[in-house]
Design a protein around this ligand. Structure first.
Ligand code: NDP
Length: 334
């Protein structure tokens, strides 16, 4: 169903970058709709504790931070709709965003802020036990395993931080890391070392997740130095091996992606498609920090504001703006 209205801005996603952009645009009377298919706040919302977001010296839960960002955006008039964007079409002056439930949003500008999703191991048994023994979010599913034994996979910050969270709930966590060292920050590695119910196994790669009926029982792994097979008893497996960008819906849109599937932008966060912008973790080169995503959301909003000032159909809304030094592309050409 196509809505006749042409929106000023449709933001795909409702994580920190998206909500931050909406706070800025809505405050400037730029009519803004956010489309979110999952959780408001994105992956940040399901992070147990965010300790490095400035302004919260004691840390803040990802859920609370997301709730606050959402409340702030809605206070200025942002409309958040539950919708799964499946396609973007560039009709030059007006773009169309199609959703899985056959809605079509017409808009002068689009901000892609869809973030990332969890990368899968592709190990035998992973698909079979997905959601019933194999998990990707400690905050969401860790409490199911109180008093049990878990295997965690990965050597980055997510694996370290999430394993520390799990260790507070369960009897034992065995962390399997395929390299001979951590990639996580020193502060987290030090905390892991001081946690008695975490054992770290380097050079260890999962080959199979084995269960009986609906329950995971063990993990079969291999030491990639000695080639020896090793088994770990486990009631559940938590996979923290990085993220993949949510850009599948951009197939056929003309928006340029990098070799890993992240959206390429210029320094003003414009994509190669005029009127389509991108901010946050889904952007090529993003630092994958909530603070950076929020900053990128603000930057994108300012770029979008300048772009919209040049849209003929919106000229009557012109009002004095804060000046910005830019070399941004104008509406009439790239
Ligand atoms: P990372 O990409 O940083 O780390 C991924 C880890 O998983 C690496 O140890 C990697 O090994 C391993 N891995 C990847 N693929 C496989 C595989 N198929 N089998 C086994 N192991 C695999 O991802 P994270 O999710 O940890 O972090 C993403 C970003 O978010 C980073 O920038 C991180 O700094 C940030 N972050 C920051 C936090 C904080 O500041 N507190 C908290 C959480 C995340 P290898 O090294 O061999 O590739």
């Amino acid at each position: 169903m196509e809505d006749k209205k042409v929106h000023d801005l449709v933001i795909v996603g409702a994580g920190p970058a998206a909500l931050s952009a909406a706070i800025y645009t809505c405050r400037e009377d730029i009519e803004t709709v956010l489309l979110e298919k999952g959780v408001i706040g994105g992956l940040a919302a399901i992070t147990d504790s965010v300790e490095n977001y400035p302004g919260f010296p004691d840390g803040i839960s990802g859920m609370e931070l997301s709730d606050r960002l959402r409340a702030q955006a809605e206070r200025f008039g942002a409309k958040i709709e539950l919708a799964d964007a499946v396609k973007i079409e560039d009709g030059s002056d007006v773009k169309k965003v199609y959703t899985a439930d056959n809605q079509v949003y017409q808009t002068h500008t689009v901000l892609i802020a869809t973030g990332n999703n969890y990368k899968r191991l592709e190990a035998e048994g992973e698909k079979e036990y997905y959601g019933k023994g194999v998990h990707y979010c400690a905050t969401c599913d860790g409490p199911l395993y109180k008093g049990k034994r878990l295997v965690a996979v990965g050597g980055g910050n997510s694996a370290a931080q999430e394993s520390l969270f799990l260790a507070r709930l369960v009897d034992q966590v065995d962390i399997l890391i395929r390299k001979d060292q951590w990639r996580a920050s020193d502060i987290l590695v030090e905390r892991i070392k001081k946690t008695p119910n975490i054992n770290v196994h380097f050079n260890t790669e999962i080959s199979q997740i084995v269960g009986e009926g609906n329950l995971v029982k063990k993990v079969v792994a291999k030491n990639n130095q000695t080639n020896q097979s090793v088994e770990f008893a486990a009631d559940g497996v938590f996979v923290f091996i990085g993220l993949v960008p949510n850009t599948q819906f951009l197939a056929g849109s003309g928006v340029e992606l990098d070799e890993r599937g992240f959206v390429k932008t210029n320094s003003d966060l414009g994509t190669n498609v005029l009127g389509v912008f991108c901010a946050g973790d889904v952007r090529s080169g993003a630092t994958e920090q909530i603070a950076s995503a929020v900053g990128e959301g603000a930057t994108a909003a300012l770029t979008i504001r300048e772009f919209l000032d040049q849209v003929p159909a919106r000229k009557h809304l012109d009002k004095p703006r804060l000046s910005m030094q830019t070399d941004r592309r104008s509406y009439s050409g790239a």
